[in-house]
Design a protein around this ligand. Sequence first.
Ligand code: FAD
Length: 370
Amino acid sequence: MTERIDCDVAIIGAGIAGAGIAAHLADAAGVVVLDQEKRAGHHSTGRSAAVFIQNYGNATIRGLSRESGRFFREGGARDFAVPLLSPRRILFVCDAATRAALDGLLAQSEGLREIGAREALQAMPILDPGWLAGAAIEEDASDIDVDAMHQGWLRRAREGGARLILDAPVERASREGGRWRIETPNGLVSSRIVVNAAGAWADEIAALFGARRLGLQPMRRSMAVLPAPEGHVTRDWPLTADAGDRWYVKPEAGRLLVSPADEDPVEPHDAYVDDMVLAEGLHRFEQAVTMEVTRVESSWAGLRTFAPDRTPVAGFDGSAEGFFWLAGQGGYGMQTAPAMSALAAALVEGRTPPAATESLIAALSPARFG
Ligand SMILES: Cc1cc2nc3c(=O)[nH]c(=O)nc-3n(C[C@H](O)[C@H](O)[C@H](O)COP(=O)(O)OP(=O)(O)OC[C@H]3O[C@@H](n4cnc5c(N)ncnc54)[C@H](O)[C@@H]3O)c2cc1C
């Protein structure tokens, strides 16, 4: 990009957040999506566990997930080449030390059913009966086809006339004639509105645009790919999560993905695994199962970026004109993406969202940080 591009809305970040809002805005506005990487989805979007769990996160997240669930299952799903969801049960398990955590989950959750050890072991035969002190199952959770959703939204945005510009890190920004002048090493974009969908870098982008940082904190989460234990067909195993958040395991393409469920605060960066954190997490997993971890085939880490109240941020900034936040999706950015993108697009366009969403808009607004 060497030319100067004029547009209505410049979106910084081509992850799921940027792609989703671009798809919603492109028919009615001139949209440019900028990403610093050579490939869209290089950061958190390409590194998720890709699951939809209704009983996850606080009340606002659950509301967004419920609304997104409707989109996934009904109308919006028709726009994609393949169904975006496929069934994947979630099994929460505990040992004696984390029984209270499982009870807490059961008390707060919808559609979560306590089950006995026999049923838990039938569902997940590698659990160690000596470790297991309780279990509960969520039957209607799902795997999300993240790539189909992400690529589908980018395609829809392009069909609406949006331009996706990769390898374009936003380095400087200023106001010029009531518009944003956005500088990348390869050229300039001038836009009326900027959407900050920069994931782990959202606070850095805010600072570039003269908006206040909100205290968004990127947290590292790691994943290891293990060979499936011999003699087992793992395809229909549930995602099994320790109720005490010490590990989870998900079957995937004949292998097991195991996460230490780490949540270590880090600076925004191209995340990589801390070998010690991974080894400790795999050790905790081994305590709960009868299989031995003999080989890690591969591993990766990604960043889950949280606002101080662990609720995403969507709305215009109070101090920087035309600067819109779409950030802080934490560990729920996939399962909440349909509802978040639709709501954020309505706010950017100045459309009045339904009255029922008033409290949701207040909960997501950057104004809540004072
Ligand atoms: C290990 C792991 C497991 C997860 N599992 C799940 C799950 O099962 N279900 C779920 O719902 N969510 C899950 N998540 C969370 C989900 O992945 C994130 O919430 C989501 O990807 C956030 O999307 P995003 O578009 O905001 O961020 P990103 O995908 O990180 O996109 C932000 C983009 O902004 C770009 N950018 C930043 N700065 C600049 C700049 N200066 N100029 C230009 N571009 C810039 C970056 O290059 C990046 O592409 C998981 C996350 C991790 C790490």
